[in-house]
Design a binder for this molecule. Structure first.
Ligand code: SAM
Ligand code: SF4
Ligand code: F3S
Length: 441
Protein backbone atom coordinates (compact mmCIF):
# COMPACT_ATOMS: atom_id res chain seq x y z
CA UNK A 1 0.00 0.00 0.00
CA UNK A 2 1.38 3.45 -0.87
CA UNK A 3 1.74 5.82 2.03
CA UNK A 4 -0.59 8.76 1.80
CA UNK A 5 0.14 11.93 3.74
CA UNK A 6 -2.11 14.87 4.39
CA UNK A 7 -1.88 18.19 6.12
CA UNK A 8 -4.81 20.40 7.19
CA UNK A 9 -5.07 24.19 7.31
CA UNK A 10 -8.13 25.82 8.83
CA UNK A 11 -9.33 29.38 8.20
CA UNK A 12 -12.62 30.48 9.78
CA UNK A 13 -14.68 29.56 12.78
CA UNK A 14 -15.11 26.59 15.11
CA UNK A 15 -17.41 24.97 12.54
CA UNK A 16 -14.43 24.59 10.26
CA UNK A 17 -12.11 23.48 13.07
CA UNK A 18 -14.63 20.78 13.91
CA UNK A 19 -15.04 19.70 10.27
CA UNK A 20 -11.24 19.54 10.12
CA UNK A 21 -11.15 17.27 13.18
CA UNK A 22 -13.75 14.96 11.68
CA UNK A 23 -11.93 14.69 8.36
CA UNK A 24 -8.59 14.10 10.13
CA UNK A 25 -10.16 11.24 12.12
CA UNK A 26 -11.64 9.63 9.04
CA UNK A 27 -8.43 9.88 7.01
CA UNK A 28 -6.32 8.42 9.84
CA UNK A 29 -8.73 5.52 10.19
CA UNK A 30 -8.31 4.84 6.46
CA UNK A 31 -4.53 4.55 6.74
CA UNK A 32 -3.57 8.12 5.81
CA UNK A 33 -0.82 9.74 7.87
CA UNK A 34 -0.73 13.35 9.02
CA UNK A 35 2.45 14.88 7.59
CA UNK A 36 4.83 16.56 10.02
CA UNK A 37 4.81 19.56 7.77
CA UNK A 38 3.15 20.60 4.55
CA UNK A 39 6.26 20.06 2.47
CA UNK A 40 5.95 16.30 2.85
CA UNK A 41 2.20 16.12 2.23
CA UNK A 42 0.54 14.49 -0.79
CA UNK A 43 -2.59 16.47 -0.02
CA UNK A 44 -2.93 19.85 1.64
CA UNK A 45 -6.50 20.33 2.82
CA UNK A 46 -7.86 23.88 3.10
CA UNK A 47 -10.94 24.62 5.17
CA UNK A 48 -11.96 28.08 4.00
CA UNK A 49 -14.26 30.85 5.22
CA UNK A 50 -16.55 33.18 3.25
CA UNK A 51 -17.72 35.48 5.97
CA UNK A 52 -15.59 38.41 4.83
CA UNK A 53 -13.87 39.14 1.56
CA UNK A 54 -10.46 39.25 3.19
CA UNK A 55 -10.78 35.65 4.42
CA UNK A 56 -11.51 34.54 0.86
CA UNK A 57 -8.62 36.55 -0.58
CA UNK A 58 -6.25 35.01 1.94
CA UNK A 59 -7.34 31.48 1.09
CA UNK A 60 -7.06 32.10 -2.65
CA UNK A 61 -3.60 33.56 -2.31
CA UNK A 62 -2.38 30.73 -0.07
CA UNK A 63 -3.77 28.07 -2.42
CA UNK A 64 -2.21 29.84 -5.40
CA UNK A 65 1.27 29.51 -3.86
CA UNK A 66 1.20 25.72 -4.33
CA UNK A 67 1.11 26.00 -8.15
CA UNK A 68 4.87 26.24 -8.68
CA UNK A 69 5.68 23.11 -6.71
CA UNK A 70 2.76 21.12 -8.14
CA UNK A 71 3.78 21.93 -11.73
CA UNK A 72 7.21 20.40 -11.06
CA UNK A 73 6.23 17.26 -9.16
CA UNK A 74 2.41 16.96 -9.27
CA UNK A 75 2.53 17.22 -5.48
CA UNK A 76 0.93 18.32 -3.26
CA UNK A 77 -2.65 18.20 -4.50
CA UNK A 78 -5.08 20.50 -2.74
CA UNK A 79 -8.49 19.78 -1.25
CA UNK A 80 -10.43 23.04 -1.24
CA UNK A 81 -13.17 22.67 1.38
CA UNK A 82 -15.26 24.79 3.75
CA UNK A 83 -17.67 27.63 3.16
CA UNK A 84 -15.82 29.38 0.35
CA UNK A 85 -15.68 26.11 -1.58
CA UNK A 86 -19.49 25.93 -1.49
CA UNK A 87 -19.51 29.29 -3.25
CA UNK A 88 -16.69 29.14 -5.77
CA UNK A 89 -15.31 25.57 -5.64
CA UNK A 90 -15.60 24.72 -9.30
CA UNK A 91 -14.39 28.12 -10.55
CA UNK A 92 -11.29 27.91 -8.35
CA UNK A 93 -10.61 24.31 -9.41
CA UNK A 94 -10.59 25.49 -13.04
CA UNK A 95 -8.21 28.30 -12.19
CA UNK A 96 -5.86 26.20 -10.04
CA UNK A 97 -5.55 22.69 -11.56
CA UNK A 98 -3.67 21.56 -8.42
CA UNK A 99 -7.06 21.57 -6.64
CA UNK A 100 -7.96 17.89 -6.99
CA UNK A 101 -10.95 17.85 -4.64
CA UNK A 102 -13.42 20.57 -3.79
CA UNK A 103 -16.56 20.36 -1.69
CA UNK A 104 -18.57 22.63 0.58
CA UNK A 105 -19.59 21.72 4.14
CA UNK A 106 -22.67 19.78 3.00
CA UNK A 107 -20.53 17.40 0.95
CA UNK A 108 -17.70 16.76 3.34
CA UNK A 109 -18.80 13.14 3.71
CA UNK A 110 -17.75 12.55 0.08
CA UNK A 111 -14.25 13.93 0.55
CA UNK A 112 -12.31 10.94 2.00
CA UNK A 113 -13.24 8.68 -0.95
CA UNK A 114 -12.51 11.50 -3.37
CA UNK A 115 -9.04 12.04 -1.88
CA UNK A 116 -8.28 8.33 -2.13
CA UNK A 117 -9.35 8.26 -5.77
CA UNK A 118 -7.41 11.42 -6.60
CA UNK A 119 -4.17 9.82 -5.44
CA UNK A 120 -4.86 6.37 -6.84
CA UNK A 121 -6.26 7.26 -10.27
CA UNK A 122 -5.77 11.01 -10.65
CA UNK A 123 -9.55 11.49 -10.78
CA UNK A 124 -10.75 14.97 -9.82
CA UNK A 125 -13.76 15.58 -7.65
CA UNK A 126 -15.85 18.74 -7.77
CA UNK A 127 -18.94 18.50 -5.57
CA UNK A 128 -22.09 20.35 -6.59
CA UNK A 129 -22.53 23.70 -4.98
CA UNK A 130 -25.85 22.73 -3.31
CA UNK A 131 -26.33 22.69 0.42
CA UNK A 132 -28.29 19.41 0.71
CA UNK A 133 -26.27 17.19 2.99
CA UNK A 134 -24.60 14.39 1.01
CA UNK A 135 -23.01 12.11 3.54
CA UNK A 136 -21.52 13.19 6.81
CA UNK A 137 -18.63 12.15 8.96
CA UNK A 138 -19.25 11.38 12.56
CA UNK A 139 -16.77 12.64 15.09
CA UNK A 140 -13.72 10.43 15.49
CA UNK A 141 -12.91 10.86 19.15
CA UNK A 142 -9.35 9.58 19.11
CA UNK A 143 -7.98 11.91 16.51
CA UNK A 144 -8.95 15.35 17.64
CA UNK A 145 -6.42 18.14 17.25
CA UNK A 146 -6.78 18.75 20.99
CA UNK A 147 -7.50 15.62 23.08
CA UNK A 148 -8.92 17.49 26.09
CA UNK A 149 -11.50 19.56 24.28
CA UNK A 150 -14.08 18.52 21.75
CA UNK A 151 -16.86 20.03 19.70
CA UNK A 152 -20.24 18.50 19.01
CA UNK A 153 -22.48 20.00 16.34
CA UNK A 154 -26.05 20.33 17.59
CA UNK A 155 -27.46 21.97 14.48
CA UNK A 156 -26.17 22.57 10.98
CA UNK A 157 -26.88 25.61 8.83
CA UNK A 158 -28.84 28.74 9.59
CA UNK A 159 -32.26 30.10 8.63
CA UNK A 160 -31.89 33.61 9.95
CA UNK A 161 -30.73 35.29 6.74
CA UNK A 162 -29.24 38.33 8.41
CA UNK A 163 -28.97 40.83 5.56
CA UNK A 164 -25.16 40.92 5.54
CA UNK A 165 -24.38 37.24 6.06
CA UNK A 166 -23.30 34.56 3.60
CA UNK A 167 -23.58 31.63 6.04
CA UNK A 168 -27.14 30.47 5.17
CA UNK A 169 -26.09 30.28 1.50
CA UNK A 170 -22.98 28.20 2.12
CA UNK A 171 -24.00 26.07 5.11
CA UNK A 172 -27.61 25.46 4.15
CA UNK A 173 -30.85 25.45 6.10
CA UNK A 174 -31.05 25.11 9.86
CA UNK A 175 -31.29 21.43 10.82
CA UNK A 176 -31.07 20.18 14.40
CA UNK A 177 -29.56 16.78 15.10
CA UNK A 178 -31.54 14.29 17.17
CA UNK A 179 -30.86 14.75 20.91
CA UNK A 180 -29.83 11.11 21.31
CA UNK A 181 -27.20 11.55 18.57
CA UNK A 182 -25.80 14.67 20.21
CA UNK A 183 -25.72 13.15 23.69
CA UNK A 184 -24.37 9.81 22.39
CA UNK A 185 -21.52 11.57 20.57
CA UNK A 186 -20.72 13.67 23.63
CA UNK A 187 -20.68 10.57 25.83
CA UNK A 188 -18.27 8.79 23.46
CA UNK A 189 -15.98 11.83 23.48
CA UNK A 190 -15.91 11.92 27.28
CA UNK A 191 -15.10 8.19 27.38
CA UNK A 192 -12.19 8.99 25.09
CA UNK A 193 -10.75 11.67 27.32
CA UNK A 194 -12.54 14.92 26.50
CA UNK A 195 -12.91 17.02 29.65
CA UNK A 196 -14.64 19.89 27.91
CA UNK A 197 -17.29 19.80 25.22
CA UNK A 198 -18.52 22.77 23.21
CA UNK A 199 -21.93 22.44 21.62
CA UNK A 200 -21.84 24.14 18.24
CA UNK A 201 -24.38 25.80 16.01
CA UNK A 202 -24.74 29.15 14.27
CA UNK A 203 -27.76 29.50 16.46
CA UNK A 204 -27.41 26.86 19.19
CA UNK A 205 -30.22 28.27 21.27
CA UNK A 206 -32.70 27.71 18.41
CA UNK A 207 -31.94 24.00 18.76
CA UNK A 208 -35.05 21.87 18.14
CA UNK A 209 -37.23 24.65 16.75
CA UNK A 210 -37.31 22.70 13.50
CA UNK A 211 -38.54 19.48 15.14
CA UNK A 212 -42.18 18.52 14.69
CA UNK A 213 -44.24 20.79 16.87
CA UNK A 214 -41.38 23.32 17.10
CA UNK A 215 -41.60 24.79 20.53
CA UNK A 216 -39.19 26.20 23.01
CA UNK A 217 -37.21 24.79 25.89
CA UNK A 218 -35.41 22.35 23.68
CA UNK A 219 -31.90 23.74 23.94
CA UNK A 220 -32.32 23.90 27.71
CA UNK A 221 -33.21 20.21 27.87
CA UNK A 222 -30.34 19.28 25.55
CA UNK A 223 -27.95 21.22 27.80
CA UNK A 224 -29.39 19.40 30.77
CA UNK A 225 -28.82 16.03 29.06
CA UNK A 226 -25.24 16.78 27.97
CA UNK A 227 -24.21 18.29 31.30
CA UNK A 228 -25.44 15.16 33.10
CA UNK A 229 -22.83 12.96 31.39
CA UNK A 230 -20.60 11.38 34.04
CA UNK A 231 -17.06 12.70 33.99
CA UNK A 232 -17.77 15.74 31.82
CA UNK A 233 -16.10 18.64 33.60
CA UNK A 234 -17.08 21.52 31.34
CA UNK A 235 -19.82 22.23 28.82
CA UNK A 236 -19.76 25.30 26.58
CA UNK A 237 -21.96 26.38 23.72
CA UNK A 238 -21.76 28.87 20.85
CA UNK A 239 -23.23 30.88 19.24
CA UNK A 240 -26.41 32.16 20.87
CA UNK A 241 -28.85 34.33 18.97
CA UNK A 242 -30.41 36.96 21.26
CA UNK A 243 -33.91 36.33 19.95
CA UNK A 244 -33.74 32.61 20.80
CA UNK A 245 -32.11 32.89 24.22
CA UNK A 246 -34.86 31.87 26.64
CA UNK A 247 -34.73 32.08 30.42
CA UNK A 248 -34.99 28.29 30.86
CA UNK A 249 -31.42 28.13 29.49
CA UNK A 250 -30.35 30.30 32.43
CA UNK A 251 -32.23 28.01 34.85
CA UNK A 252 -30.24 24.98 33.64
CA UNK A 253 -26.98 26.94 33.73
CA UNK A 254 -27.63 27.95 37.33
CA UNK A 255 -28.36 24.37 38.34
CA UNK A 256 -25.39 22.74 36.63
CA UNK A 257 -21.98 23.87 37.79
CA UNK A 258 -20.27 22.14 34.87
CA UNK A 259 -21.97 24.44 32.34
CA UNK A 260 -19.50 27.27 31.92
CA UNK A 261 -20.98 30.70 32.63
CA UNK A 262 -19.64 32.15 29.42
CA UNK A 263 -22.00 33.30 26.71
CA UNK A 264 -21.27 34.62 23.23
CA UNK A 265 -24.26 36.78 22.39
CA UNK A 266 -23.68 38.72 19.17
CA UNK A 267 -25.49 42.07 19.15
CA UNK A 268 -24.21 43.19 15.71
CA UNK A 269 -25.35 46.85 16.08
CA UNK A 270 -26.43 49.34 18.73
CA UNK A 271 -29.06 51.17 16.67
CA UNK A 272 -32.60 49.86 16.32
CA UNK A 273 -32.84 51.04 12.73
CA UNK A 274 -29.67 49.17 11.76
CA UNK A 275 -30.75 46.08 13.69
CA UNK A 276 -34.04 46.09 11.77
CA UNK A 277 -32.28 46.50 8.44
CA UNK A 278 -29.89 43.71 9.39
CA UNK A 279 -32.96 41.50 10.01
CA UNK A 280 -31.81 40.71 13.56
CA UNK A 281 -35.34 40.48 15.08
CA UNK A 282 -34.64 42.22 18.40
CA UNK A 283 -34.29 45.79 19.57
CA UNK A 284 -31.44 47.29 21.52
CA UNK A 285 -33.61 47.46 24.65
CA UNK A 286 -34.56 43.78 24.35
CA UNK A 287 -30.88 42.93 24.04
CA UNK A 288 -29.91 45.06 27.06
CA UNK A 289 -32.67 43.48 29.12
CA UNK A 290 -31.45 39.98 28.17
CA UNK A 291 -27.89 40.84 29.24
CA UNK A 292 -29.24 42.13 32.57
CA UNK A 293 -31.20 38.90 33.11
CA UNK A 294 -28.10 36.83 32.37
CA UNK A 295 -26.01 38.85 34.81
CA UNK A 296 -28.69 38.66 37.50
CA UNK A 297 -28.97 34.87 37.12
CA UNK A 298 -25.22 34.25 36.74
CA UNK A 299 -23.31 37.06 38.45
CA UNK A 300 -19.91 35.50 37.67
CA UNK A 301 -20.65 35.07 33.99
CA UNK A 302 -18.67 36.52 31.12
CA UNK A 303 -20.49 37.81 28.07
CA UNK A 304 -18.85 38.38 24.71
CA UNK A 305 -20.39 39.84 21.60
CA UNK A 306 -19.94 40.35 17.87
CA UNK A 307 -20.57 43.68 16.18
CA UNK A 308 -20.32 44.98 12.63
CA UNK A 309 -19.45 48.61 11.92
CA UNK A 310 -20.28 50.34 8.65
CA UNK A 311 -23.34 48.31 7.66
CA UNK A 312 -24.90 50.05 4.60
CA UNK A 313 -26.69 53.23 5.64
CA UNK A 314 -25.07 53.29 9.11
CA UNK A 315 -24.83 56.98 10.08
CA UNK A 316 -22.42 58.49 12.55
CA UNK A 317 -25.29 58.58 15.09
CA UNK A 318 -26.03 54.88 14.53
CA UNK A 319 -22.37 54.11 15.03
CA UNK A 320 -22.23 56.17 18.23
CA UNK A 321 -25.10 54.04 19.52
CA UNK A 322 -22.86 50.98 19.11
CA UNK A 323 -20.10 52.74 21.03
CA UNK A 324 -22.57 53.73 23.78
CA UNK A 325 -23.85 50.15 24.00
CA UNK A 326 -20.30 48.86 24.53
CA UNK A 327 -19.77 51.44 27.26
CA UNK A 328 -23.06 50.57 28.91
CA UNK A 329 -22.82 46.78 28.81
CA UNK A 330 -19.06 46.38 29.25
CA UNK A 331 -18.59 43.07 27.45
CA UNK A 332 -15.66 40.87 28.42
CA UNK A 333 -14.58 40.69 24.79
CA UNK A 334 -15.97 41.71 21.41
CA UNK A 335 -15.39 40.31 17.95
CA UNK A 336 -15.74 43.43 15.86
CA UNK A 337 -15.56 43.68 12.10
CA UNK A 338 -15.91 46.25 9.37
CA UNK A 339 -18.83 45.34 7.13
CA UNK A 340 -17.71 43.35 4.10
CA UNK A 341 -20.19 43.13 1.19
CA UNK A 342 -20.91 39.50 0.32
CA UNK A 343 -22.25 38.96 -3.17
CA UNK A 344 -25.75 37.48 -3.16
CA UNK A 345 -26.75 38.89 0.24
CA UNK A 346 -29.37 41.69 0.33
CA UNK A 347 -27.06 44.25 1.99
CA UNK A 348 -24.39 43.91 -0.69
CA UNK A 349 -26.61 45.40 -3.40
CA UNK A 350 -27.61 48.47 -1.39
CA UNK A 351 -26.60 51.80 -2.89
CA UNK A 352 -25.81 53.42 0.46
CA UNK A 353 -22.54 51.59 1.22
CA UNK A 354 -20.36 53.30 3.83
CA UNK A 355 -16.95 54.13 2.27
CA UNK A 356 -14.25 51.62 3.26
CA UNK A 357 -12.06 54.28 4.92
CA UNK A 358 -14.98 55.33 7.11
CA UNK A 359 -15.71 51.71 8.06
CA UNK A 360 -12.06 51.34 9.02
CA UNK A 361 -12.12 54.52 11.13
CA UNK A 362 -15.20 53.36 13.03
CA UNK A 363 -13.61 49.97 13.65
CA UNK A 364 -10.46 51.50 15.10
CA UNK A 365 -12.51 53.76 17.38
CA UNK A 366 -14.77 50.98 18.65
CA UNK A 367 -11.84 48.62 19.19
CA UNK A 368 -10.10 51.30 21.24
CA UNK A 369 -13.15 51.59 23.50
CA UNK A 370 -13.49 47.82 23.92
CA UNK A 371 -9.77 47.29 24.56
CA UNK A 372 -9.92 49.62 27.55
CA UNK A 373 -13.04 47.85 28.89
CA UNK A 374 -11.45 44.39 28.52
CA UNK A 375 -8.24 45.68 30.11
CA UNK A 376 -10.11 46.95 33.17
CA UNK A 377 -12.24 43.82 33.56
CA UNK A 378 -9.15 41.62 33.37
CA UNK A 379 -7.22 43.86 35.79
CA UNK A 380 -10.02 43.38 38.32
CA UNK A 381 -9.27 39.65 38.30
CA UNK A 382 -5.68 40.08 39.55
CA UNK A 383 -5.18 38.49 42.96
CA UNK A 384 -8.09 36.06 42.60
CA UNK A 385 -7.75 32.30 42.07
CA UNK A 386 -9.59 30.42 39.33
CA UNK A 387 -9.82 26.84 38.18
CA UNK A 388 -8.08 26.60 34.83
CA UNK A 389 -8.10 23.81 32.27
CA UNK A 390 -4.48 23.74 31.12
CA UNK A 391 -4.46 23.20 27.47
CA UNK A 392 -1.61 23.70 25.07
CA UNK A 393 1.80 25.35 24.90
CA UNK A 394 1.44 29.09 24.59
CA UNK A 395 2.97 30.73 21.52
CA UNK A 396 3.93 33.58 23.91
CA UNK A 397 7.00 31.90 25.32
CA UNK A 398 8.96 28.78 26.23
CA UNK A 399 7.64 26.84 29.24
CA UNK A 400 4.27 28.56 29.24
CA UNK A 401 1.03 26.64 29.06
CA UNK A 402 -2.20 28.25 28.02
CA UNK A 403 -5.34 27.54 30.01
CA UNK A 404 -8.88 28.82 30.23
CA UNK A 405 -11.08 29.73 33.15
CA UNK A 406 -14.71 28.61 33.17
CA UNK A 407 -15.51 32.11 31.92
CA UNK A 408 -13.23 31.43 28.93
CA UNK A 409 -10.46 33.84 29.91
CA UNK A 410 -7.04 32.84 28.63
CA UNK A 411 -4.51 32.37 31.47
CA UNK A 412 -0.81 31.78 30.81
CA UNK A 413 1.04 29.83 33.48
CA UNK A 414 4.53 28.43 33.83
CA UNK A 415 3.91 24.67 33.87
CA UNK A 416 5.38 21.51 32.34
CA UNK A 417 3.92 20.22 29.11
CA UNK A 418 2.77 17.03 30.88
CA UNK A 419 0.24 19.12 32.74
CA UNK A 420 -1.74 19.80 29.56
CA UNK A 421 -5.25 18.48 30.08
CA UNK A 422 -5.21 19.00 33.85
CA UNK A 423 -7.51 21.23 35.86
CA UNK A 424 -5.46 23.38 38.24
CA UNK A 425 -6.03 26.37 40.48
CA UNK A 426 -4.20 29.44 39.22
CA UNK A 427 -3.84 32.77 40.93
CA UNK A 428 -3.91 35.71 38.56
CA UNK A 429 -0.74 37.80 38.92
CA UNK A 430 -0.92 39.97 35.82
CA UNK A 431 -3.35 41.05 33.15
CA UNK A 432 -3.74 42.65 29.75
CA UNK A 433 -6.76 43.17 27.50
CA UNK A 434 -6.51 39.76 25.84
CA UNK A 435 -5.14 37.43 28.48
CA UNK A 436 -4.15 36.93 32.09
CA UNK A 437 -0.89 35.80 33.63
CA UNK A 438 -1.23 33.25 36.41
CA UNK A 439 0.74 31.09 38.81
CA UNK A 440 -0.25 27.63 39.95
CA UNK A 441 -1.28 27.45 43.61
N1 SAM B 1 -24.49 33.14 14.04
C1 SAM B 1 -23.77 34.16 14.66
C2 SAM B 1 -24.65 35.37 14.90
O1 SAM B 1 -25.82 35.34 14.73
O2 SAM B 1 -24.12 36.40 15.22
C3 SAM B 1 -22.54 34.59 13.92
C4 SAM B 1 -21.94 33.82 12.85
S1 SAM B 1 -20.94 34.68 11.71
C5 SAM B 1 -20.26 33.32 10.93
C6 SAM B 1 -19.63 35.34 12.69
C7 SAM B 1 -19.55 36.82 12.70
O3 SAM B 1 -19.11 37.31 11.48
C8 SAM B 1 -20.89 37.53 12.88
O4 SAM B 1 -21.23 37.61 14.21
C9 SAM B 1 -20.66 38.87 12.28
O5 SAM B 1 -20.30 39.82 13.25
C10 SAM B 1 -19.53 38.63 11.31
N2 SAM B 1 -19.99 38.81 9.94
C11 SAM B 1 -20.89 38.08 9.26
N3 SAM B 1 -21.08 38.57 8.03
C12 SAM B 1 -20.27 39.65 7.91
C13 SAM B 1 -20.02 40.60 6.89
N4 SAM B 1 -20.65 40.53 5.72
N5 SAM B 1 -19.12 41.58 7.14
C14 SAM B 1 -18.48 41.67 8.32
N6 SAM B 1 -18.68 40.81 9.32
C15 SAM B 1 -19.56 39.80 9.13
FE1 SF4 C 1 -25.24 34.67 9.79
FE2 SF4 C 1 -27.30 35.71 11.07
FE3 SF4 C 1 -27.16 33.09 10.70
FE4 SF4 C 1 -25.51 34.27 12.41
S1 SF4 C 1 -27.72 34.16 12.61
S2 SF4 C 1 -24.98 32.76 10.85
S3 SF4 C 1 -25.12 36.22 11.44
S4 SF4 C 1 -27.40 34.62 9.12
FE1 F3S D 1 -17.60 29.83 9.89
FE2 F3S D 1 -16.65 31.35 8.00
FE3 F3S D 1 -18.23 29.38 7.38
S1 F3S D 1 -17.24 32.00 9.98
S2 F3S D 1 -19.56 29.10 9.11
S3 F3S D 1 -16.19 29.23 8.31
S4 F3S D 1 -18.26 31.37 6.47
Amino acid sequence: MIEKNFSIRVIGCQMNVHDGDKLRGELLSRGWREADDENGADFVVFFTCSVRERAEQKAASEMGKFGKKWKKSRRPCLAFLGCMAARVGSAMARKFPWIAVTAGPAHIGLVPDAMDRALETGEKFIAGSGTDVAGSISCAPKSRGNPHKAYVTVANGCDQFCAYCIVPYVRGRFASRAPEDVIGEARALVRNGAAEITLLGQNVDAYGKDFDGGGRGRFASLLDGVSSIDGLRRVRFATSHPSDFTDDILDVMRDRPNICPSINLPVQAGSDRVLREMNRRYTKDEYVSLVRRIRAALPESSITTDLIVGFPGETEEDFEESVALFEELRFDLAHTAAYSPREGTPAASRADQVPPAERARRLVKLNGVQTEISRKINASMVGRTYEVLLDEPSPKGEGLLQGRTATDKVVLVRAPLEMAGAFRAARVIGSGPWCLEGELV
